[in-house]
Design a protein around this ligand. Structure first.
Ligand code: GLU
Length: 494
């Protein structure tokens, strides 16, 4: 189905992709996919001072990682390219020329100092700062004199001055702006570079964008943009402003609220499936209590009409909960592929993996993954399967190794496990331990807790006999002996 819907995500490459931007990209993507339309990526990179060298690459990677593939954009091209604003400067100049010759825009020669003085005056007399429009009144002679004197000019769009501009927002309904509050704003800077409000409209029109879905903070720009559309003789698209994302304390989301960048979530071991699901719920809901929704369900059910106009509250606990759900439910092959870089980063495995190692890593992952909330935790919780040189958790030492007779118990355990016939599997090792517990007349915990600490350095983890079977006989026996000797050396006898 091709619906003619065309939406765009238009980031400025001034930093990495944050959850706000990712959510905007996602809603555009979902709307495009749900309606059989096109999703376009456009780089708004004309702020040469704030532009960062690798930001475009980073944004592309984050979008790709999230699975938000675009149909047209920088790199892949498309029928309405180029897709970087820095490569479209001629178009903005032509359109600006059109406004100028139609008498809808005028050159402004005011210096930054003059404008600052005007703003200060407004501030002191309690008025909203607004350009006075004085250059609009210059005579042709005055204008030529300025040009001859080499004064740089910006181009300003003439505003109606009175009346109202109504934005019929697909999420917020009708929003009415008094034109008297809008001043003749700059569309082209004196260096020939367009401002955001101008370039955005020129591009949205040229790229045949049908729906502008973006952050609520741009709502106040919308009447200006509508007036640019009118001045240029284009039909405005449908606007949809998605609600703000607030921190749990309802403050603006910032660094102090923890990770907010897509790349940070990736690095901590969040799954793209989980972030995709979570971002979709920041302002949208399927209309019932479901929170764990597959990509297909979200694409199938998404609609702008169901997007809330109220701020969404960012809740990292919910994201983490979703992540653990995905971590334990995606296929073994998927979690393996996602986990490998984390195992490498933790120094648990090397770059090249032979088939035998690969099989072992898969088994470790299957044993541990239901307990981990992130891939980072999964690697951490798996470390003792790959290294022998771990320390014993000090709390565990006090609680478990300090009990009397533990070294002897561990050696009994070692002897019992040494006698286990092949296969050295969870059933056989557990049976051996049960027999030993009965023979010694101790509680199960008295043997099992120190054994776990001896084998893993930790007090909690997967089923002990799964751990034992996976470590194998040799390593299990070695670790039991190492712990027994360690306790004798380190634990004061009471
Ligand atoms: N470059 C703008 C931003 O990143 C785009 C806003 C828009 O979508 O119109 O906020």
């Amino acid at each position: 189905m091709y619906s003619g819907v065309r939406v765009r995500f238009a980031p400025s490459p001034t930093g990495s992709l944050h959850i706000g931007g990712a959510r905007t990209a996602l809603f555009n993507y979902l709307f495009a996919r749900a309606s059989g339309g096109s999703f376009i990526l456009r780089l708004e990179d004309t702020d040469f001072e704030r532009r960062l060298a690798h930001a475009e690459e980073g944004i592309n990677q984050s979008l790709t990682w999230l699975g938000l593939d675009w149909d047209e954009g920088p790199g892949i091209g498309g029928p309405y390219g180029p897709y970087r604003q820095s490569e479209r400067l001629d178009l903005y100049r032509q359109e600006a020329e059109r406004l100028l010759s139609a008498g809808l825009a005028y050159h402004c020669f005011c210096t930054p100092e003059e404008l600052a003085a005007e703003r200060e005056e407004a501030r002191q007399s309690g008025r909203a700062p607004r350009y006075s429009g004085r250059c609009c009144a210059l005579t042709a002679g005055e204008r030529s004199a300025k040009v001859a004197a080499g004064v740089k000019a910006t181009l300003r769009l003439k505003m109606p001055g009175d009346g109202k501009t109504v934005v019929d927002d697909a999420i917020r309904g009708e929003v009415v702006f008094e034109n008297a509050t809008l001043d003749d704003f700059i569309v082209m800077k004196s260096n020939g570079v367009p401002t955001y409000n101008f370039a955005c409209v020129v591009d949205d029109a040229a790229m045949r964008i049908t729906h502008v879905i973006r952050a609520e903070e741009h709502l106040s720009n919308t009447p200006k943009q509508v007036l640019v559309y009118r001045a240029l003789g284009y039909e405005p698209p449908v606007f949809a402003h998605v609600p703000m994302i607030l921190a749990p304390d309802r403050a603006k989301l910032s660094k102090r609220h923890g990770a907010t960048g897509v790349e940070e979530f990736r690095a901590q071991g969040y799954l793209p499936e989980a972030l995709f699901n979570y971002l979709a719920l920041l302002g949208w809901s399927p209309g019932d209590e479901r929170e764990l929704l597959s990509r297909e369900e979200i694409v199938g059910e998404f609609s702008l009409a169901a997007v809330s106009r109220h701020a969404a509250i960012y809740d990292v606990q919910k994201l983490t909960w979703l992540n653990s759900q995905y971590l334990s439910s995606v296929t073994a092959a998927r979690v393996y592929e996602l986990a490998l870089p984390f195992f490498r980063a933790a120094g648990l495995i090397s770059e090249t993996i032979n088939p035998q190692d690969s099989e072992y890593i898969r088994e470790v992952i299957e044993t541990v993954r239901s307990r981990a909330r992130t891939l980072g935790e999964l690697a951490d919780m798996s470390s003792y399967f790959f290294r022998d040189d771990f320390n014993y958790d000090p709390k565990g030492v006090r609680k478990v190794f300090h009990a009397s007779g533990v070294p002897a118990l561990l050696r009994e355990g070692k002897e019992a496990l040494a006698r286990v016939e092949e296969p050295f599997d969870p059933a056989n090792t557990e049976a051996a331990y049960r027999r030993l517990i009965e023979k010694l007349g101790v509680s199960g915990g008295a043997l099992i807790h120190p054994t776990r600490l001896a084998l893993t350095g930790r007090t909690v983890g997967p089923g002990l006999f799964d751990v034992i079977a996976l470590l194998g006989k040799r390593r299990t026996l070695e670790r039991l002996e190492r712990a027994a000797a360690w306790i004798i050396d380190h634990v004061p006898r009471g």
